[in-house]
Design a protein around this ligand. Structure first.
Ligand code: SAH
Ligand code: DHB
Ligand code: MG
Length: 217
């Protein structure tokens, strides 16, 4: 079982189930050209985010961690008619590339990119959101979860990316602050009676990782 195989299977899934998509492909190209890391969600993961939004009939989506707006475009495409998405990004250059990518995808009217540390911009955000996607610095995931709950309503769904970290999530002694962040995130989740959650391990073009999905009761 190897990275090479996981990548090949992701390609197989994308080729069969996801027709060529110039706006998304251009978003990845522009992000790479701008020197941004290739850590966007994979195409199959992006489509899952879109489908979750569609299944929820989402009218309002919040994303924390924009990068070049690849996941943003998928999520915004899942919005119901007239819906709006706000995405939070600390790096002004990432935000600028994201705005261009979002514009090329024809989604500028539906999407707002807010620049600043998410913990600084969150207090001015007004909920409720139907779907909240956490994908910024993993160290702050516990705080992001508190904010997500504050900005949600019963029935809202919170998705958090990169919560398995090659399995390191079970290492209580890990000195990796990202690992400690996702561990505390799950502890907050477990202690929170207003949330029902599961986590799914994944392999694919982005290696071995996973995502957590929580539903607000
Ligand atoms: N969701 C994107 C990938 C996000 S990568 C996609 O799948 O396409 C994580 C992003 O979070 C980076 O752009 C990084 O600059 C941003 N980030 C890191 N710390 C942050 C913070 N404190 N507040 C807001 N954004 C942050
Ligand atoms: C990293 C961040 C992500 O959101 C991701 O999906 C993969 C990697 C990172 O910071 O390395
Ligand atoms: Mg991620």
């Amino acid at each position: 079982m190897s990275q090479e195989l996981w990548t090949a299977v992701d390609r197989y899934i994308a080729e069969l189930l996801m027709p060529s998509d110039p706006a998304l492909e251009e978003a990845l190209r522009a992000s790479a050209d701008a020197g941004m890391p290739s850590i966007s969600v994979s195409p199959p993961q992006g489509k899952l985010l879109m489908m979750l939004a569609q299944m929820l009939g989402a009218r309002r989506i919040l994303e924390i961690g924009t990068l070049g707006g690849y996941s943003t475009i998928w999520l915004a495409r899942g919005l119901s008619e007239g819906g709006r998405l706000i995405t939070l990004e600390v790096d002004p250059e990432h935000a600028e590339v994201a705005r261009e990518n979002i514009a090329r995808a024809g989604l500028s009217d539906a999407v707002e990119v807010r620049v600043g540390r998410a913990l600084d911009t969150l207090p001015a955000i007004e909920g409720p959101f139907d779907l909240i996607f956490l994908d910024a610095d993993k160290v702050s995931y516990p705080e992001y979860l508190h904010w997500a709950l504050k900005l949600a309503r019963p029935g809202s769904v919170i998705v958090a990316d990169n919560v398995v970290r090659k399995g390191a999530v079970i290492d209580a002694e890990s000195r990796d602050q990202n690992v400690q962040g996702v561990r505390r995130f799950h502890e907050v989740l477990a202690a929170e009676a207003r949330l029902s959650a599961t986590a799914i391990q994944t392999v694919g073009s982005k290696g071995y990782d996973g995502f957590t999905i929580a539903r607000v009761l």
